[in-house]
Write a protein that binds this ligand. Structure first.
Ligand SMILES: [Zn+2]
Ligand SMILES: [Zn+2]
Length: 416
């Protein structure tokens, strides 16, 4: 039975120093002040992620090689592979979108899995004090935020519903393996806990000189007691340390200029929302006639044709989510400077939600990618991305960067 012995932790959301009594497999510990999860250990915490990651890689290779989706209209057949969702954007001269989509739905997820296989493989082989493993686990946590396989899956389902009325749809074996891949990928990624994995990678935990002194600060803010959390490995360092004593990353009491950066990025995202909603996101060419649709027109079209659930998904993902994210981030920046100490728990929850929903607004851009990759039947029926897909993608990236640059600990305590 795996367990984590008694140790100290600083909450990454509210900066409170907590003493975590030993936890065992299947247990989870939450911060007493803000409620966010501090540490968890799943059942079989080393073997399960390793096996799931290996299975995921195998299924991913199958999805890449096998035919993914096919359509038939008026005797003409068109097929697409998974890779073509990115490469067709390249052909349509949307190079930036092509690279972004390729990275988010293929490169980053697969790199995440390789990181897991290497790191967990090292632990299983009892070679855990490995410099490469430490570098890769840091990389994993960065890439994980930008991997969007789940969002891509929703986009495929939305595209399929849109297509059913227009063409005859054939589901390839690649699609089935992709569904299985998604299941194992999500299981793998969600089973990794930062504290637990770092406790496996290093035997030094809790051996910093400051630990003798920590008990008297339990429940207090770390920053106010000269303690710094390393956000890469969750270890506790002293304010005089320039680099983390465990993982050697650069450390700071708070993210630098977090409010200014967050504000600038949120405003830039708001500006990008204008072209994203004014210009067409998708251009359909059917029997020589071109018709362009903006995000909103697409929603109304789906509603009118009776696909209420799809209209609702796109409305929530493309209109509600970006506006909600920007509004919450602006309100949080305001509250750090003006309304201190009010409803801190709710504000931290709201920040957690903006972090979580960040990537879900990409659904519509992925739908355009899937449709324009699949529907290339010359004059009969062809779909191309519109300029708004680029501006909308920029909005999503900017809001994600804005949420990343905001430091929720500044809500709780004021340490510069
Ligand atoms: Zn907390
Ligand atoms: Zn560290």
């Amino acid at each position: 039975m795996e367990r984590l012995e008694e140790h100290f932790e600083i909450c990454p959301y509210c900066d409170t120093l907590t003493l975590v009594e030993g936890i065992e497999e299947g247990e989870r510990v939450c911060c007493t002040k803000c409620g966010s999860t501090l540490t968890f250990i799943i059942k079989n915490p080393i073997k399960i992620p390793f096996i799931y990651a290996c299975v995921s890689v195998f299924l991913f290779v199958c999805s890449e090689l096998l035919p993914f989706l096919g359509i038939t209209k008026m005797g003409i057949t068109a097929n697409m592979t998974l890779m073509e969702t990115a490469t067709s954007m390249f052909v349509d001269n949307y190079e930036f979108l092509a690279v972004f989509i390729y990275c988010n739905m293929q490169l980053f997820p697969i790199l995440c899995l390789f990181c897991i296989i290497f790191v967990y493989g090292c632990i299983l082989l009892k070679k855990s004090d490995n410099l490469m493993a430490k570098k890769l686990i840091k990389l994993f946590f960065h890439l994980k935020e930008w991997s969007m396989v789940e969002v891509f899956m929703i986009a495929i389902l939305v595209s399929m519903v849109k297509l059913v009325s227009m063409v005859e749809l054939q589901i390839g074996d690649g699609f089935i393996t992709f569904c299985l891949f998604l299941f194992f990928y999500v299981k793998t990624v969600s089973s990794v806990d930062k504290n637990y994995i770092w406790s496996k990678l290093t035997k030094l935990n809790n051996k910093h000189a400051i630990f003798n002194d920590l008990k008297k600060h339990i429940g207090q803010y770390a920053g106010e007691n000269n303690l710094i959390l390393c956000t890469n490995c969750n270890s506790i360092n002293h304010i005089s340390d320039k680099r983390c004593y465990l993982c050697k990353s650069k450390i700071d009491v708070r993210k630098k200029n977090s409010i200014q950066k967050c504000l600038a990025l949120a405003i830039a995202a708001t500006i990008m929302l204008i072209p994203a909603n004014v210009f067409p996101i998708m251009i359909t060419s059917s029997m020589g006639k071109n018709s362009a649709a903006t995000i909103f027109e697409g929603i109304i079209f789906m509603w009118d044709t009776g696909a209420y659930h799809i209209a609702l998904i796109i409305f929530i993902a493309s209109i509600m989510v970006p506006i909600f994210k920007i509004a919450v981030l602006l309100a949080l920046c305001y509250s750090v400077t003006k309304q201190k100490n009010a409803k801190l728990k709710i504000k931290t929850k709201l920040y957690g939600i903006t972090e979580f929903i960040g990537k879900w607004s990409m659904v519509d851009v992925f739908v355009v990618a899937v449709l324009s990759a699949l529907i290339k039947m010359g004059k009969v029926l062809s779909i191309y991305p519109g300029t708004a897909s680029l501006s909308f993608c920029a909005t999503v990236i900017l809001t994600m960067l804005a949420a990343n640059s905001f430091d929720p600990r500044t809500l709780w305590s004021d340490v510069k």
